[in-house]
Design a protein around this ligand. Structure first.
Ligand code: 5RP
Length: 222
């Protein structure tokens, strides 16, 4: 199976995971990226079984709407029973690096409001230690150089993601060559830098369930 087929397999598995629990008043939290897109596509035929969705990006909101799924503001919803999203890296503790698609802040906000975070990822995303994938940090534009200097002091090689503006109007710095021995501590440390909106470590609130696509089938890790 190639990577796209593995992504499709975990999207199918996520549908199986949530389908029995869909109710007329259910509002789902929906992530961003190619794996999340495959999940969104599979939600289309089920749209009459639940109320709608909260999206973690404008792109996901548009995709949901095109399938006839109602999209709600998070402020009008409160909690969501499930948040379903991909990851750039995930470890055995279900800590993740996310934000390859620059949607990390809204992803983290919707995830914070979810009772269960279901991570869907192909096997290449499963790593013994986070950090090979460059860690994204969303910054207020005027703070970019200051934040970059602080990230150097933490041991990272920060690179400005040129030409990218987040849905919140901010910029992204990617941290290369970064050893992340303690994801929970590093998430808090980076978020404490003035000018950082959030960083792509999802460790304080990791996933509750990982559906991992492998050649031999989808492994469920919880
Ligand atoms: C977007 C994300 C995505 O979940 C992450 O980049 C994984 O994307 P894909 O499913 O395309 O590999 O965090 O900000």
């Amino acid at each position: 199976m190639n990577q796209d087929e593995l992504k499709a397999a975990v999207a199918d598995a996520a549908i199986k995971e949530i389908e029995p629990q869909l109710e007329k008043d259910t509002v789902l939290g929906i992530g961003t990226g190619s794996t999340a897109n495959l999940f969104i596509d599979r939600l289309g035929p089920l749209r009459d079984r639940f109320k709608g969705a909260v999206a973690s990006s404008n792109a996901s909101a548009e995709r949901l709407k095109k399938l006839g799924i109602d999209v709600f503001e998070l402020n009008s919803v409160g909690t969501v029973p499930f948040y379903i999203d991909g990851a750039d890296e995930v470890n055995a503790n279900l800590h993740m690096i996310k934000g390859g698609g620059a949607a990390l802040t809204c992803e983290k906000i919707v995830a914070a409001c979810a009772k269960r975070f279901i991570c869907i990822a192909d096997g290449s995303k499963y790593v013994p230690q986070l950090g090979s994938f460059p860690l994204p940090v969303e910054v207020i534009p005027m703070a970019r150089s200051y934040v970059a200097r602080e990230l150097v002091a933490l041991g990272a090689e920060p690179v400005y993601r040129q030409g990218v503006v987040t849905d919140n109007g901010n910029q992204i710095i990617d941290c290369f060559e970064f050893t992340i021995a303690d994801p929970v501590a590093m998430e808090a440390r980076i978020n404490a830098i003035v000018g950082v909106v959030t960083n792509g470590l999802f460790a304080a609130r990791g996933a509750d369930v990982l559906l991992l696509g492998k050649a031999e089938g989808v492994e469920r890790i919880a």
